[in-house]
Design a protein around this ligand. Structure first.
Ligand code: NDP
Length: 444
C-alpha cells in the first residue's frame, strides 16, 4: 500500500464519523502524490502522519441564560491545527451543524490556505453549535461572553488569533473582544474582524468576497476572458456572497441570483446591491425579502435550485458540499465556463470531477477565498504597529496577495505535471511551505 493510502486509512480509522474531515484530508493527500515521489524522505519523517493530526483540540461547555431566564448549554470548540509557520489563525463558526469533524476539516484546510497567503500565520478553526438566528442581541451577547470566558485562556496575539466565519460577524466579534479585554485587562490584537474604531482593519469586511473576485479575475484573464458582461450566479447571502456581488458588478459582470438556506432569488435585471446590503446587514432578514423591493425578481424555495440558472460564472459562497455532481452537470450543460469557491469546500469531490473533466476554469476555496484571512493577517500587522492603513492601501495589498496566490498555485500545478489544475497546484504550493517549516523545526 502506498504511503498516502496508508495515512488515509489511518485517518478514517482514528477519526470515525467525521466525513467532512475525511473528505478534506483525502483531497489534499491525493494531490500530494507527485510530491511524495520526489521526496521519499517525508515518509521516514512521518510528515503526513503529523500533518493530519491537529496540534491541540479544545472542547468546552458554554452555558448561558436565554431571554426567558432558562439556562442553555452549547458546546464550544477550538482546534489549533498547525503552528509551523506562525500563530494559529482561523475563524469561529456559530451554526447548529457544528461538531468536531467540521471544525477539524476547516482547521486542516486553513493550514494550507494560510500558507498560500505568504503571510506568517498557522492554521486553526473554532466555533459552537449555537444558532444566532432568531436570538436577541442580548442573548447573542451573553452567549459570546460565556464562550470567551473559556476561550481566552487558549488564545493571545502571538498564540492564536480567531476571526469570524458563518454566524460570526462584526456584532459577535465585538462581544467576544469586549469580554476578552475585560478578563485580560489588555487591549491587544487577539481577534480580527474588529470594528475600525477599535483596531479593525478597513476592507476586512469586504476582503473574502473581493479577494475571491480578484483571484477568479486572474484565473480567467490568463485564458483571455473577463467578468465584463458575464452572467454570474452566487450562492449564499452572507458576508462573502454580499461583497462578491459588489466586486463582480464593479468588474462589469451581472449577478442574477443569491440564496440562503431556505431558497434563492433570481433577478434577470441584475441584483441590486444596496437592497441586499440593507436586508442582510441592517435589517438581518431573509433573502426572499428582496422581491418585495424588486417585484420583477422571483423567489424560489429550496436553495440548490440556484445551480439550474444559466450563467457564465458560478461562485458558491454559502457552505460545504452545497454543490453536488448533478448541480455541477447542470452548470456545465448551461454553458458555465468558470467556478470560484468562496465558501469552504462547497463543491463535492464528484462535482469537482465534472468541472475538471469539462475544462471549466476552477478556482478552489483554499486559494480563492484566502483574501479574508490574508486581510486578517494585515489587521494583525496594523495592531502590532498601532497604526491603520487606508482602505485603498489594504485593498491594494489584498489584490497583490490574490494575484500572487494564483501565480503560486498555477506554477506548482505546472511543475508537478498537472497544468491548469489549481486544486492540485494550491494543495502542493500550500503544503510545501508548511512541510519545510515542520522539517526545519524537528519532531515536535
Ligand atoms: P455568513 O454567516 O455571513 O453567511 C452564510 C450564508 O450562507 C448565509 O446566507 C446562509 O443562509 C447561507 N447558507 C448556510 N447554509 C446554507 C445551505 N445549506 N444552503 C444554502 N445557503 C446556506 O457566512 P460567511 O459569508 O462568512 O461564510 C460563507 C462561507 O465562506 C463559509 O463556508 C465560510 O467558511 C467561508 N469563508 C468565510 C470567510 C469570511 O471571511 N467570512 C473567509 C473564508 C471562507 P442562512 O442565513 O439561511 O443560514
Amino acid at each position: 500500500m502506498s504511503y498516502i493510502s496508508s495515512v488515509m486509512e489511518e485517518v478514517v480509522k482514528r477519526n470515525p464519523n467525521e466525513p467532512e474531515f475525511h473528505q478534506a484530508v483525502k483531497e489534499v493527500l491525493e494531490s500530494l502524490a507527485p510530491v511524495m515521489e520526489k521526496h521519499p524522505e517525508f515518509e521516514k519523517l512521518g510528515l503526513l502522519e503529523r500533518l493530519v493530526e491537529p496540534e491541540r483540540q479544545i472542547m468546552f461547555r458554554v452555558p448561558w441564560v436565554d431571554d426567558n431566564g432558562k439556562v442553555q448549554v452549547n458546546r464550544g470548540f477550538r482546534v489549533q491545527y498547525n503552528s509551523a509557520i506562525g500563530p494559529y489563525k482561523g475563524g469561529l463558526r456559530f451554526h447548529p451543524s457544528v461538531y468536531l469533524g467540521i471544525i477539524k476539516f476547516l482547521g486542516f484546510e486553513q493550514t494550507f490556505k494560510n500558507s498560500l497567503t505568504g503571510l506568517p500565520i498557522g492554521g486553526a478553526k473554532g466555533g459552537s453549535d449555537f444558532d444566532p438566528k432568531g436570538k436577541s442581541d442580548e442573548e447573542v451577547m451573553r452567549f459570546c461572553q460565556s464562550f470567551m470566558t473559556e476561550l481566552y485562556r487558549h488564545i493571545g496575539p502571538d498564540t492564536d488569533v480567531p476571526a469570524g466565519d458563518i454566524g460570526v460577524g462584526g456584532r459577535e466579534i465585538g462581544y467576544l473582544y469586549g469580554q476578552y479585554k475585560k478578563i485580560r485587562n489588555a487591549f491587544e490584537g487577539v481577534l480580527t474582524g474588529k470594528g475600525p474604531a477599535w483596531g479593525g482593519s478597513l476592507a476586512r469586511t469586504e476582503a473574502t468576497g473581493y479577494g475571491l473576485c480578484y483571484f477568479v479575475d486572474e484565473m480567467i484573464k490568463a485564458k483571455g476572458k473577463s467578468f465584463k458582461d458575464a452572467t454570474v450566479v452566487i450562492s449564499g447571502s452572507g458576508n462573502v456572497a454580499v461583497y462578491a456581488t459588489q466586486k463582480v458588478q464593479e468588474l462589469g459582470g451581472k449577478v442574477v441570483a443569491l440564496s440562503d438556506s431556505n431558497g434563492y432569488i433570481y433577478d434577470p435585471n441584475g441584483i441590486n446591491f444596496d437592497t441586499v446590503k440593507r436586508i442582510k446587514e441592517v435589517e438581518r432578514k431573509r433573502i426572499k425579502e428582496y422581491v418585495t423591493a424588486h417585484p420583477q425578481a422571483e423567489y424560489t424555495e429550496g436553495s440548490t435550485g440556484i445551480w439550474g440558472i444559466k450563467c457564465d460564472i458560478a461562485l458558491p459562497c454559502a457552505t460545504q458540499n452545497e454543490l453536488d455532481e448533478s448541480s455541477a452537470q447542470k452548470l456545465v450543460d448551461n454553458g458555465c465556463w468558470a467556478v470560484g469557491e468562496g465558501a469552504n469546500m462547497p463543491s463535492t469531490p464528484e462535482a469537482i470531477e465534472v468541472f475538471l473533466k469539462n475544462k471549466v476554469l476552477f478556482a478552489p476555496a483554499k486559494a480563492a477565498n484566502a483574501g479574508g484571512v490574508a486581510t486578517s493577517a494585515l489587521e494583525m500587522s496594523q495592531n502590532s504597529m498601532r497604526y491603520a492603513w487606508t482602505f485603498e492601501e489594504v485593498d491594494g495589498k489584498l489584490k497583490g496577495i490574490m494575484a500572487d496566490i494564483y501565480k503560486k498555485a498555477s506554477a506548482a500545478a505546472k511543475e508537478y505535471g498537472h497544468e491548469d489544475n489549481l486544486v492540485v497546484g494550491a494543495n502542493i504550493a500550500g503544503f510545501l511551505k508548511v512541510a519545510t517549516a515542520m522539517l526545519n523545526q524537528g519532531i515536535i
